[in-house]
Ligand binder design. Structure first.
Ligand code: 13P
Length: 249
């Protein structure tokens, strides 16, 4: 079965609740597509108004983070159940900004992936190498290690429904996109890793996005690669250009 493309905006720490609603309304006519699933991953405080604002459109809503515990004394955190109850479908887990600035490691991310799945959320699990790692020639080893660690104890059927985002750290917010060949090579390596840990049909089903300076000019070439099933888009998801990325063909 052909995998449906998925283009997700990662708004990061941008947009107040009122700006968020305005952006959703501006983008509404521009992101209509039958072929591409469209997701807005928004700051926690924007979730409720954005879920309301996308009603009746083809857009679904994601969170940018969550905690793995069910409830309790974890000041400032948000649970999977809270997200589900608010109407969230996706959750970004392990973005490089969280791994770096908030010291989230693979053991923690594995717990988050499992909790998200248990709650019925679809994790968008991020992985990616630093420039130093790429220059040392360890990119594929590093990505395999991240994927294997983050998916410990996750079943084949759960992985089949997940999204994995390959985001080379050196390409995020830098305007420096990975070449199509680099992006395809790593996305294929991720799929091969899933085939190795699980089986060919799981690898065939899992959707793998590329992220890192995706824009209206490079989306078509990137998303046309055999192992790239769409994109995780930062800066360009906050502008009308996002419509062109969704309708990349
Ligand atoms: P940019 O598209 O701004 O490079 O960000 C990519 C990203 O981090 C998406 O998660």
């Amino acid at each position: 079965m052909a995998r449906k493309k998925i283009v997700a905006g990662n708004w990061k720490m941008n947009m107040t609740p009122s700006q968020a609603v305005e952006l959703v309304n501006t983008l509404k006519p521009l992101v209509v597509s039958d072929d591409v699933e469209v997701v807005y991953c928004v700051p926690a405080i924007d979730i409720v108004p954005v879920v309301e604002a996308v009603k009746g459109s083809n857009v679904t809503v994601g969170a940018e983070n969550m905690y793995f515990e069910d409830k309790g004394a974890y000041t400032g955190e948000i649970s999977a159940e809270m997200l589900v109850d608010a109407g969230v479908k996706y959750v970004i887990i392990g973005h490089s900004e969280r791994r770096d600035y908030f010291k989230e490691d693979d053991a923690l991310l594995n717990k988050k992936v499992k909790k998200a799945l248990e709650a019925g959320l679809v994790p968008i699990l991020c992985c990616g190498e630093s420039l130093e790692q790429r220059e040392m020639g360890v990119t594929l080893d590093w990505i395999r290690l991240q994927i294997k660690s983050d998916l410990q104890g996750v079943s084949a059927s759960q992985v089949a429904g997940m999204v994995i985002a390959y985001e080379p750290i050196w390409a995020i917010g830098t305007g420096k996109t990975a070449t199509t060949e680099q992006a395809q090579e790593v996305c294929k390596a991720i799929r091969d890793t899933i085939a190795e840990i699980y089986d060919a049909s799981t690898a065939d089903a899992v959707r793998i996005q590329y992220g890192g300076s995706v824009n209206a000019a490079n989306a078509n070439e990137l998303f046309s690669q055999p192992d790239i099933d769409g994109g995780l888009v930062g800066g360009a998801s906050l502008k009308a250009d996002f419509g062109k990325i969704v309708n990349y063909k």
